[in-house]
Design a protein around this ligand. Structure first.
Ligand code: PEP
Ligand code: CO
Length: 402
């Protein structure tokens, strides 16, 4: 059993941390933290080393990475049948990408822990009242009343148990595919956002003694929490997992340099997945600068395109949506720019639902269809048909239109 003291050694609990829940001295807080600190790892050190090994070869071999899943996972959708559906969609997309490109595709789900969301506004207006924003099922409920939006620390062990079920199902599918030995099969990932939760799931790898984050295989730090001196970056700096970092269009070059230095000080292939999410138009201006800056600093990063988060708009009916056409254009521009800079465009990071949602406009979904099956807890997701169209465009390298 790991010593809970591990979780108190690091600086992350003392550094500034944006986007944290206000647990407001909830009486269950200490017990929830204790439960997590003594719980078995969800992702194991051996698995994390496998994934890191697979990622370390991508740039040299031209292999690809596909990261996809819900914007916000639901605690009510973590039964084996839910996970099986999500893995089926992820694998179908990965297989299609592999078939069209002739490349191996490492598959990573936004799953088994994607329960916490950063929000631009701390409150939202609802029925004439300002109530706290939904912050993901790890923190509060999506149901819009003041009481149900209070942060409840008992949700942390609840999320842990749901993640445990998802990780068991992912592990089982890897075993069934016989993929464990070859390093194939899907892996888990989520935004490491809630420091109380993540820091209690740090563990020492029994084989190497190294510290790793046992809540997921591939944690990432989001656009709103990637400040170099802050808690989230300190936490991800201290672990041996491969780590991701989102980069938005307003990123300060110096911050990018510092966050890369913090997360990848030894310039190791397979360590840092850089995930620009710039927007269809901004990608043209911003990405070349970013690529040169990172290359000059000598980080052998994995360049992963998130064509979703820079392209969110409001539909005429007021629903948050994204246009598949914009998403495809950003992805193809990303690939072209990377190639022009003689860097490997390693793949795409998507928000995709396992069922046939109508949240993004494009392909079979017109703007008037959006309300028909709009079930996301947070950002609009592609359905499998739309995601397949994107993957086919990426693989064929169809030139971006106007
Ligand atoms: C997300 O991936 O859902 C997200 C919030 O991304 P970003 O940090 O890039 O805004
Ligand atoms: Co999102």
């Amino acid at each position: 059993m790991q010593s809970p003291d591990l979780t108190r050694l690091g600086p992350w609990n003392e550094r500034p941390a944006a986007q944290q829940p206000d647990w407001a001295d909830h009486p269950a807080y200490r017990e929830a933290c204790r439960t997590l600190a003594s719980a078995p790892p969800l992702a194991t050190g051996v698995e994390i080393r496998h994934l890191r090994g697979a990622l370390s070869n991508l740039n040299a071999t031209g292999g690809l990475l596909l990261q996809a899943g819900d914007c916000a996972e639901s605690l009510y959708e973590c039964a084996p049948r839910h996970t099986a559906e999500k893995l089926r969609v992820l694998n179908a997309l990965g297989d299609r990408l592999s078939e069209l490109t002739g490349r191996e595709v490492v598959r990573v789900g936004r799953m088994g822990g994607q329960f916490a969301k950063p929000r631009s506004q701390p409150v939202e207006r609802f029925g004439g009242l300002d109530i706290p924003s939904f912050r993901g099922h790890l923190v509060n409920s999506e149901i819009a009343t003041e009481g149900t939006r209070e942060a409840d620390p008992r949700r942390m062990p609840w999320a842990y148990r749901a993640s445990e079920r998802v990780h068991l199902a992912i592990r089982e599918s890897r075993r069934a595919d016989g993929a464990a030995a070859s390093g194939k099969g899907p892996w888990s990932s989520h935004e490491a956002l809630v420091i109380d939760y993540e820091s209690r799931l740090l563990r020492a790898d029994p084989d190497t003694g190294n510290l790793y984050l046992s809540s997921t295989h591939l944690p990432w730090v989001g656009e709103r929490t990637r400040r170099p001196g802050d808690a989230h970056v300190a936490l991800l700096s201290a672990i041996t997992n491969p780590v991701g970092c989102k980069i938005g269009p307003a990123a300060d070059p110096d911050d990018v340099r510092r966050v890369c230095e913090a997360l990848d000080p030894r310039r190791e292939p397979g360590r840092l997945v850089l995930i620009p999410r710039l927007g269809r138009d901004e990608v043209v201006e911003e990405l070349p600068r970013l690529v040169r800056l990172v290359a000059d600093a000598g980080h052998p990063v994995i360049w992963l395109c998130d064509p979703m988060h820079g392209n969110t708009v409001r539909s005429r009916l007021g629903l948050k949506t994204r246009r598949l056409a914009d998403v495809i254009i950003e992805a193809l521009r990303f690939r072209d720019i990377l190639e022009r800079h003689r860097q490997h465009a390693a793949g795409i990071h998507l928000e995709v639902a396992a069922d046939d949602v109508t949240e993004c406009v494009g392909g079979p979904v017109g703007e008037e269809d959006l309300p028909r099956h709009y079930t996301t807890l947070c950002d609009p997701r592609l359905n499998a048909e739309q995601a397949t169209e994107l993957i086919e465009a990426w693989a064929k390298g169809t030139s971006p239109g106007p």
